[in-house]
Design a binder for this molecule. Structure first.
Ligand SMILES: Nc1ncnc2c1ncn2[C@@H]1O[C@H](COP(=O)(O)OP(=O)(O)OP(=O)(O)O)[C@@H](O)[C@H]1O
Ligand SMILES: [Mg+2]
Length: 482
């Protein structure tokens, strides 16, 4: 087992007022405006002036060697918008500022060239944009590639372009092309904000041994530049940017939930709820060695976002993965993809694995039943709390009227409460992307269609207009985020 490695990188500051400092090589201090200080520990902490080479050399270089040994690897940059994720993963086309991708590609090209003639290095690149998978190396890409599970239970992307890299020059051209094709747009917080999650996948196929004993070994390294979490009040996103931002936030919410569930060793991991988490299944609780780079801005004004990311990373550190050597399908008797420990078991290596799968299916079934029950109970309790709140407000208003108060009494107290509680925002986020709208109380097929036709639902007033007051209140009250 190997724990998820989490490192932190501070972006150069844009303001004098700083609230996040590096204390030592493993610690950052978060200092709030009121003077409270909190320490967070990481595998390693990088300051605002640490170079791209330092980040690569100390964290990724040895992982590239692991891939050649047959171990799957994932490297992800995570953090709020504008904090340096793309800078870290892709970098800039200026000497010394190249990011992890070109550095890893150069090393892979060199190392694979020195291996046997049969070794093969391939590259794929895709983006998940508005929950659609787009091939960035295809000149005539499909609007949305499908995911499927192969015979070995691995998630693959149907028809994704896979190109052989014979030299670093091959890579350089493809890198420029894919970067140009990736969806990027300006927001008030980042002139070149990534509007999609990008996944660069390098695969190495090697033949180990000779003659009839030869086995084919395959491993991949995923280099992932996630889109950043966004607060639309800060980014001032409208229309297209707003839709993108909703989908970005939703897929990041699913990612966080997956990581939390894996960290808590829950039996039901919500991987299937977003394309991103399906694509990155190996990375969290799976068979890859995973490095999570947390990018944050040190400015005081960003403390809320930074603090949320730091808290999240504390959870992520508890994720345990089981990296193992991957053997490809071309040598039938040795095609299993088993943890290393199982690989060494001399007798019946599949029996234990099959039992594990069967047990896990049973556990999942039970968990689903429990979840359904729990969600129902949660909804009932939310609803009764809201009714209590409404009654209290109504009583207060009646008393004010009786006292002859001149204060303006809200005409729709229920909706006012909902608006101020912010609960409706969860519903709006869900309505803008959710397919199974029947999770909301009182939504039949007709209303569901009306909601789909009205997307994107922009704000509270828009939400109430589509739903009607009563149903909007009910929907927000009964909405249970999973
Ligand atoms: N370590 C760094 N050194 C120098 N410049 C940096 C560094 N980190 C980020 N920047 C600069 O900060 C800006 C924002 O960075 P970047 O686009 O990488 O953010 P991001 O996290 O990818 O944002 P988004 O989530 O919106 O895509 C860019 O101009 C980038 O060059
Ligand atoms: Mg970016």
């Amino acid at each position: 087992m190997s724990a998820l490695e989490v490192i932190l990188r501070l972006r150069p500051t844009k303001s004098e007022a700083v609230g996040l400092y590096k204390k030592d090589s493993r610690t950052v201090i978060l200092k709030s405006k009121s003077g409270n200080q909190e320490e967070y520990k990481f595998e390693r902490v990088y300051d605002t002036d640490d170079s791209q080479q330092t980040i690569y050399g100390e964290n990724v270089c040895h992982l590239v060697t692991k891939v050649l040994d047959g171990v799957n690897v994932s490297v992800l940059a995570y953090g709020p918008t504008g904090t340096g994720k793309t800078y870290t993963i892709e970098g800039e086309s200026v000497s010394g500022k190249e990011g992890i991708i070109p550095r890893a590609a150069l090393e892979l090209c060199k190392k694979v060239r020195h291996l046997s003639d049969d070794s093969l290095l391939t590259i794929s690149c895709m983006e998940v944009y508005n929950e659609k998978i787009i091939d960035l190396l295809n000149n005539d890409p499909k609007p949305d590639l499908k995911l499927f599970e192969d015979a070995q239970g691995l998630i693959e992307v149907e028809g994704l372009t896979k190109l052989t890299l014979n030299s670093f020059d091959d890579f350089r051209n493809l890198f420029l092309l894919a970067k140009e094709r990736r969806t990027v747009g300006a927001t008030s917080l980042n002139e070149k904000s990534s509007r999609s999650h990008a996944i660069w996948r390098f695969r190495v196929n090697r033949k180990i041994g000779t003659g009839s004993d030869a086995i084919d070994r395959e491993a991949k390294i995923d280099l992932v530049d996630l889109a950043g979490s966004e607060d639309n009040r800060k980014t001032l996103s409208t229309d297209q940017r707003f839709i993108e931002s909703t989908k970005i936030n939703l897929s990041l919410t699913v990612l966080k939930r997956v990581i939390k569930s894996v960290a808590a060793k829950e039996k039901n991991i919500p991987t299937r709820e977003s394309k991103l988490t399906r694509l990155l299944r190996d990375a969290f609780g799976g068979n890859a060695h995973t490095l999570l780079i947390l990018n944050v801005g040190p400015e005081e004004e960003n403390l809320r976002d930074s603090s949320a990311s730091l808290d999240f990373s504390t959870v992520a550190k508890q994720v345990l993965n089981s990296p193992f050597e991957g053997l490809s399908m071309t040598t039938p008797k040795k095609t299993s993809r088993m943890p290393l420990e199982l690989n060494r078991t001399p007798t019946s290596p599949f029996a234990g694995r099959m039992r594990e799968f069967n047990d896990s299916i049973e556990r999942h079934k039970n968990k689903i039943l429990v979840m359904k029950k729990e969600n129902r109970q949660k909804a009932i309790s939310l609803k009764s709390n809201l009714i209590k709140e409404l009654k209290a407000t109504e009583k207060e208003n009646n008393e004010k009227i009786a006292r002859g108060s001149q204060e303006k009494i809200p005409s729709e107290p229920a909706l006012k409460i909902l608006k101020s509680s912010g609960k409706y925002q969860n519903v709006i986020d869900y309505l803008n992307v959710g397919e199974n709208l029947t999770r909301l109380e009182g939504v039949g097929p007709k209303t569901a269609q009306k909601i789909r036709d009205s997307r994107p639902i922009k704000d509270f007033a828009h939400f109430v207009k589509i739903f009607g007051e009563t149903r909007a209140t009910k929907a927000a009250a009964c909405f249970v985020p999973e």
